[in-house]
Design a protein around this ligand. Structure first.
Ligand code: AP5
Length: 212
């Protein structure tokens, strides 16, 4: 499986990609998670990315392409991968073609369709585990124990870019810079569109069906 998830912020890419990756035994590669790890580790990349992410804008293409080139060269990606958050611009999509090899390389692209008004509600109540990355929603997917992670008991946190101003900026970046990526793959007949509204299990079933 070589799959790309495209969707607006909060559309459920991370939730669905984690589940699909563990079912199919391929790595879930989230550029957002990789950048947040770099910020936590205090690397040069992290220092450069932090203010850009906090403002809801996109990190420069050359940095992102370098990260993905390195990650896809690792042995575990040889058997397949699920990309979550990359490519986000047409330049990134074109470069990805050269990284995985031009032509028919089995790449499929899944676009989650979720209206902006649903996004804002989802993001406001999202919490995640700073240790294991598990994603919760205080209303639709709450942890069993107050605000602690079900897996490791860590205190759940809200992301710094999940405030209203940054979310509006992230949505604008999605419409302006990432929707053309969907068009890019549609013109190559690689794109499948899936309704991302509804319970997580139902959305997952739609995704599985669209891939068969
Ligand atoms: P990234 O981490 O990729 O963020 P994003 O695209 O904004 O997406 P999110 O992680 O916010 O949402 P999601 O779609 O994964 O939804 P989730 O499953 O969590 O990127 C962050 C930043 O990094 C970017 O803004 C940019 O600055 C930078 N960056 C990253 N990649 C880049 C690149 N390639 N180029 C340049 N810059 C880059 O779900 C959200 C919430 O909804 C959760 O609470 C969840 O529990 C809930 N939920 C999920 N599904 C459902 C459902 N069906 N019903 C109800 N609730 C649901």
């Amino acid at each position: 499986m070589r799959l790309i998830f495209i969707g607006p912020p909060g559309s459920g890419k991370g939730t669905q990609a984690k589940r699909l990756a563990s079912l199919h035994g391929v790595p879930h590669i989230s550029t957002g998670d990789m950048l947040r790890d770099a910020i936590d580790a205090g690397t040069e990349l992290g220092r450069e990315a932090a203010p850009i992410m906090a403002a809801g804008a996109l990190v420069p293409d050359d940095l992102m392409i370098g990260i993905i080139r390195d990650r896809l060269s690792k042995a575990d990606a040889g058997k397949g991968f699920i990309l979550d958050g990359f490519p986000r611009t047409v330049v990134q999509a074109e470069k990805l073609d050269t990284i995985v090899g031009n032509g028919d390389h089995g790449l499929r692209v899944l676009q989650l369709l979720v209206p902006d008004e649903v996004i804002v509600k989802r993001i406001a109540l999202r919490r995640s585990c700073p240790n294991c990355g598990a994603i919760y929603h205080l209303e639709t997917a709450p942890p069993a124990n107050d605000t602690l992670c079900d897996r490791d008991g860590a205190e759940l946190t809200a992301r710094p870019d999940d405030n209203e101003t940054a979310v509006r900026k992230r949505l604008e970046a999605f419409h302006r810079q990432t929707l053309p990526v969907a068009t890019f793959y549609k013109s190559q007949s690689k794109l499948r569109e899936v309704d991302g509204v509804g319970p997580v299990d139902e959305v997952f079933e739609r995704i599985e069906k669209s891939l068969n």
